[in-house]
Write a protein that binds this ligand. Sequence first.
Ligand code: PPE
Length: 318
Amino acid sequence: MRPGGEMSFDGVKYLWMNGEVKPWAEGTLHLATHALHYGSGVFEGIRCYETEEGPAIFRLAPHLARFYTSAELYHMRLPYAPAELEAAMGELITRNGFTDCYIRPIAYFGYGTLGVNPRQCPVDVAILTWKWGAYLGEEGLTQGVRVKFVSWTKLHQSMVPTMSKACGHYLNSILAVREATDEGYDEGILINRDGHLAEGSGENLFIVKGGVIRTNDESSSILLGITRDAVIRIAKDLGYRVEIGWLRREDLVMADEAFFTGTAAEVTPIREVEGLPVGKGARGPVTARIQEVFFEAVRGRAPRYRDWLSPVAQPVAS
Ligand code: PPE
């Protein structure tokens, strides 16, 4: 087992299901739910961070926009407006008493009929929140993680709309992360059908070479990460050149530095690929600088990125 990823549902009091806040224990479904059989759902992963002005959701607007796009790509119409979901998230965070937490909205074809075609299934929407620590471990954030290229090919954009954060797509990721962790690595990197690097099982990939920062885009069959977008902006603001294009295995192996980005993974350095050190085999200076600004931004300590935070309305003290 890889270290970290500490998470627990203990003490989570409430969840939101189809328009209602309910006790956590009541978040149950019927076994004939379409999504259980066919992976027919879409979801988001969002983080809420503690700031000096209370809890604030990081980059809520793009996460909500991607949620609706993911659904649309599967012809799923969400019966709630973004503002209703935003209000529900705020209510859950407040009623659960969270400061830092992870937020997981999910929309899926529910109980109606079985059979691949979900035509007569309702679209159900739910939101969960819980405490989730560093995805690849606290030590991973500072020391970096060890990865391998897995034997499974990344689902190609001609097979599924890879830009949709769809439940079923994660079968590909599950195979990748299990293969990597079974062999003692922290994470697996999937290669796409063209032989280029795609991404980690739940993270986007960046490399640093000669002071230039490089990452791939949707043409490599990746999920277009919102953390990826934030890091591109931070890197440019720090004065780095950022190049977007295909990445090959040897680009990663020969890089000066490499790191993963993701809501759960935040910015995690990669220190070793298949036993070979990346650069000096430790977190590099560019990665450290980007991490520093990223963590200032999410905690509300970087004025230029304040508009990335949506404060959770706190109940007025009585
Ligand atoms: N690629 C994949 C395949 C992916 O799952 C994620 C997020 C990303 C890239 C980064 O996207 P973004 O979070 O918008 O920067 N993975 C989510 C789920 C992880 C999980 O284990 O569940 C996450 O980080 O929330």
